[in-house]
Design a protein around this ligand. Structure first.
Ligand code: NAD
Length: 404
């Protein structure tokens, strides 16, 4: 009897689902949701054993969705992006060290108006006039959704974050921007079928990870809020990929060295600052010990890797989070390379214990063989080319300043 009652409840449920008119299908309950409900009801009916009396109604109600109604059978493999169209890209946190350079690269490839930079800060006028810019706080879910919908965004590059040293100085803000903000991004991306790029970092590893080299898959027990939030981002992105088909792509960047943009408060910042100080004063005071070895990369390699992994065919990606590597050096080795061109450079050391503890827990070198094998990653810049390129940039800048 109980069995029959449950079957008739499920049948009624199925009938109710079938008669919902199309006009009632809103953002809250979409066609795939209904299909899932019908499918579960049907499967439950078919699989109910003679007198096993499974609680069918409970099973239907318990279908789990993400908090924002992403369906379990939805396929989000960039459905809205056809290979002949250019993607429409939104970059969050775009006014930091990396965003402006990435926008420049992507605009060259996809057209100026197809790449929108966003941030919570006011853009300098050269950035504001170089292409579309929009205010976006990643903690404001409705505003993010509006931007994605109104601009028909198909790719999202999520750069907003508080970096390692800044994060340790403000744990609660880092937790909110790096974790709550990421949740908003994941839900928006899944809901709108976006291809999503989220960078991770060498900081996603910790003192118990193998450090030289660090492979893609190993123990990850970081001890900074930055690292913890990035492991969370890797795992949540991969979970959304497996659970909802989200086209999530993630690279673990080494410390990034750039000439025309300043770093945002990370542990590898010294490797940028040394060039500025060497050119200006001929002196540099380093906040890490001379033998602290960390993986580093020139910004052009980092941005090209990002573009390449975003363009890689989905079936070439055997994983969704990859290490990428270029070079690995210590402050002393960097200073020696600089001295080949600036023999008078003086480097002293005043170690910052917070940064040193962080650096001592991070990889010394990355194993990026999976990225090289799967989508052909190859870096262009080693230490000598990096130093030469940085000095050329500052040399040209100084010459320009003299002319003006
Ligand atoms: N630069 C590196 O060496 C490096 C290395 C590894 C990984 N990464 C990752 O790459 C990404 C970009 O790095 P970056 O160096 O450009 O960072 P950055 O600190 O220079 O810039 C981050 C940007 O995020 C913005 N932001 C902060 N709170 C925000 C909010 N609530 N809403 C929207 N924007 C907000 C900031 O205004 C800032 O412009 C980050 O996710 C970082 O973790 C960077």
């Amino acid at each position: 009897m109980q069995h029959c009652r449950l079957i008739s409840q499920a049948s009624a449920q199925r009938r109710r689902l079938r008669v919902i008119p199309r006009t009632q299908i809103t953002a809250g309950i979409s066609m795939p949701v209904l299909r899932t409900l019908s499918k579960v009801a049907r499967q439950a009916l078919l699989s109910t054993p003679g007198c096993g009396c499974q609680p069918l109604t409970v099973a239907v109600r318990n279908i789990s969705f993400s908090p924002r109604q992403v369906t379990s059978d939805a396929s989000f493999h960039s459905v809205s992006f056809s290979e002949t169209d250019h993607p429409k890209v939104l970059i969050t946190g775009g006014l930091g060290q990396l965003g402006v350079g990435l926008a420049k690269l992507l605009r060259k490839r996809y057209g100026k108006n197809n790449v929108i930079l966003s941030d919570i800060r006011k853009p300098p006028s050269n950035v504001f006039h170089s292409g579309p810019f929009i205010y976006s706080d990643i903690l404001d879910y409705k505003n993010l959704r509006e931007i994605v919908v109104n601009n028909r965004i198909t790719w999202l590059v999520h750069y907003s974050a508080l970096l390692s040293a800044v994060g340790e100085a403000n744990v609660s803000l880092a937790r909110s921007v790096n974790i709550t903000g990421l949740h908003n991004i994941l839900d928006i991306a899944a809901e709108h079928g976006l291809r999503l790029f989220v960078p991770s970092t060498i900081g996603a590893f910790g003192p118990t990870s193998p450090r030289n080299p660090t492979p893609d898959l190993c123990v990850q027990r970081p001890r900074t809020i930055y690292g913890v939030s990035k492991v969370h981002a890797e795992l949540m992105g991969e979970y959304y990929h497996h659970r909802y088909g989200l086209d999530f792509r993630c690279l673990r960047y080494p410390g990034i060295i750039s000439a025309d943009s300043m770093p945002g408060g990370g542990t590898t910042d010294y490797a940028v600052q040394i060039f500025h100080d060497a050119i200006k004063t001929g002196k540099f005071e380093c906040n890490l010990k001379p033998d602290t070895r960390l993986p580093m990369m020139y910004i052009d390699d980092c941005l090209r890797a990002t573009l390449e992994v975003m363009e890689a065919p989905a079936d070439s990606l055997s994983m969704r989070t990859y290490n990428i590597n270029a070079m690995s050096f210590t402050p002393d080795e960097l200073a020696q390379e600089l001295r080949k061109q600036m023999p008078e450079l003086q480097v002293t050391y005043d170690v910052d214990p917070v940064r040193q503890t962080i650096a001592d827990s991070w990889p010394m070198n990355f194993d990026d063989s999976n990225a090289r094998r799967d989508w052909g990653w190859k870096h262009d810049y080693d230490l000598p080319e990096l130093v030469q390129t940085m000095l050329n940039y500052f040399g040209a800048e100084t010459r320009m300043a003299h002319i003006n």
